[in-house]
Design a protein around this ligand. Structure first.
Ligand code: AMP
Length: 226
């Protein structure tokens, strides 16, 4: 039996940062739909090209496309101990498809960690975000700038802004989140598996709060690595 966790929250709430750390500290695999699309785009696949046309506008990629991609991804051997879903599901249809697929494999979603951040903070968090081309480290020009502008503190690599992180697209992504993804908070609350975590606290505080919330769901094989 595996442990499966969803990180839910608006763009800019810190899902990617937290999911990465949680995966390092447990034996769960980090599965991020946005990262999978960006990887497909880098590889120049048809899926990547299709996703790009939606991502650039801040729109959601059609349900069927995302669902197929994720359900295939979680069959991989590295997902056997469980998965931390980041950025998926984003609609009710995706949530239902995931639940049905899990049930077919005698599995289920154990917990949903909802990272809450006030709306007014989100825009700056998204539009200020910068990522290192070389090592993937993330910065924010408002909250956590690199020491030298545009240069990664960790490796000296060049920092870039995701093309869908411009102010205008960021606003649209937030609108899409409110309309299509926010209803999932209630959906999982009604199932009694939603845990809210204050996403405005320090990164390390948030990680510890999440690990604490997950404690009782982590099977022996998925306990935090020391
Ligand atoms: P993210 O990296 O999670 O912010 O996702 C970046 C973009 O990828 C989103 O704005 C969507 O265009 C697309 N995307 C990622 N995950 C999903 C999903 N579950 N459903 C639909 N589109 C998605």
């Amino acid at each position: 039996m595996s442990t499966n966790v969803i990180l839910l929250g608006p763009p800019g709430a810190g899902k990617g940062t937290q999911a990465k750390t949680l995966a390092e500290r447990t034996s769960l695999s980090h599965v991020a739909s946005g990262d999978l699309f960006r990887a497909a785009l880098r590889e120049g696949t048809e899926l990547g090209m299709l996703a790009k046309s939606y991502m650039d506008r801040g729109e959601l990629v059609p349900n069927e496309v995302v669902i197929n991609m994720i359900l295939e991804r979680i069959q991989a051997p590295d997902c056997a101990a469980g998965v931390i879903f980041d950025g998926f599901p984003r609609t009710r249809e995706q949530a239902v498809a995931l639940a049905n697929s899990m049930a077919r494999h005698d599995n289920k979603i154990d917990a949903v960690l909802y990272l809450s951040v006030p709306n007014e903070v989100l825009l700056r968090r998204i539009a200020g975000r910068q990522t290192c081309k070389t090592c993937g480290a993330t910065y924010n020009i408002y909250y956590f700038p690199s020491h030298r502008p545009g240069i990664c503190d960790a490796c000296g690599g060049k920092l870039y802004q995701r093309s869908d992180d411009s102010m205008e697209t960021a606003q649209h992504r937030l609108d899409v989140y409110f309309a299509q993804t926010m209803p999932l908070i209630e959906y999982y609350q009604l199932q009694g598996i939603l845990h809210e975590v204050d996403g405005q606290r320090e990164i390390t505080w948030v990680t510890e709060a999440m690990l604490k919330a997950l404690g009782r769901y982590l099977t022996t094989s998925a306990h935090p690595k020391e």
